[in-house]
Design a protein around this ligand. Structure first.
Ligand code: ADE
Length: 226
């Protein structure tokens, strides 16, 4: 899978993908991440990509031309399966969306800044608008990093243990159950007996029960949602 990211701050996005699982995914050739600096398509030699908004009001808007020219040029190598715009007014990102996106071949993520991007780019090019939560970041880069990480780890072959994504929180509209490791007794807090006995059926049942209890307590809103 190839994920291309269009941003005015590519520096912000180098480190998140140079470690751990994202690094391994790229080394294994399962994930390619390409960062593109929008200023390479700036409207003048000062690297300008934004302008005042019509109608007045505070805040600059990322203008059409650099974005359109960048997308057109990048699509000369083939159409993107999705063109995603990171924005707080997009649909809330969740595990289901991560699953769906992880099956695509090539996607483009556009990171917004300032007051956002000219609406006509959204109308003409953008196929999905994603928010990572109900708060406003100073730009779309950190949100894009969250989305790439959530997608990247789901690409088949990226996780060492193929089944482990299936037991993540949210995969069954349930939060993950508690987990324990050694020692069996830490400051008087002991590991539940059923986990120490190691009967796989009983362990599965205990985990299902705990996942349900946790979800009911913490996130009743996700129970039985499709
Ligand atoms: N850009 C700024 N805030 C954002 C958010 N919450 N989600 C996605 N992109 C954003």
């Amino acid at each position: 899978m190839t994920i291309e990211i269009l941003t005015v701050l590519p520096e912000l996005l180098t480190s998140p993908f140079e470690h751990s699982m994202m690094k391994r995914a790229q080394e294994k050739g399962l994930l390619t991440i390409k960062l593109h600096n929008l200023r390479d398509w700036a409207i003048n030699k000062h690297g300008q990509v934004d302008d005042y908004q019509y109608g007045g009001g505070a805040g600059m808007v990322m203008v059409c031309e650099p974005l359109a020219n960048a997308i057109d040029q990048l699509q000369e190598a083939g159409k993107f399966d999705e063109i995603i715009f990171m924005t707080p007014d997009g649909a809330r990102f969740d595990q289901k969306q991560a699953n769906t996106l992880s099956l695509q071949n090539r996607i483009l993520i556009i990171c917004g800044h300032y007051k956002g991007i000219d609406q006509r780019i959204r109308d003409l090019y953008v196929t999905k608008e994603i928010s990572i939560g109900d708060y406003v970041l100073s730009g779309g880069e950190l949100a894009a990093a969250v989305v790439v990480d959530a997608i990247g780890r789901l690409i088949p072959g990226v996780l060492n243990d193929e089944t482990s994504a299936l037991t993540d929180s949210f995969q069954d509209n349930l939060l993950a159950p508690p987990v324990y490791s050694r020692p069996a007794d830490f400051r008087g807090l002991t590991v539940p007996e059923v986990l120490l006995q190691g009967d796989p059926k009983k362990v599965d049942q205990w985990r299902s029960e705990q996942a349900l209890i946790r979800t009911k307590q913490r996130r009743p809103d996700i129970l039985d949602h499709e």
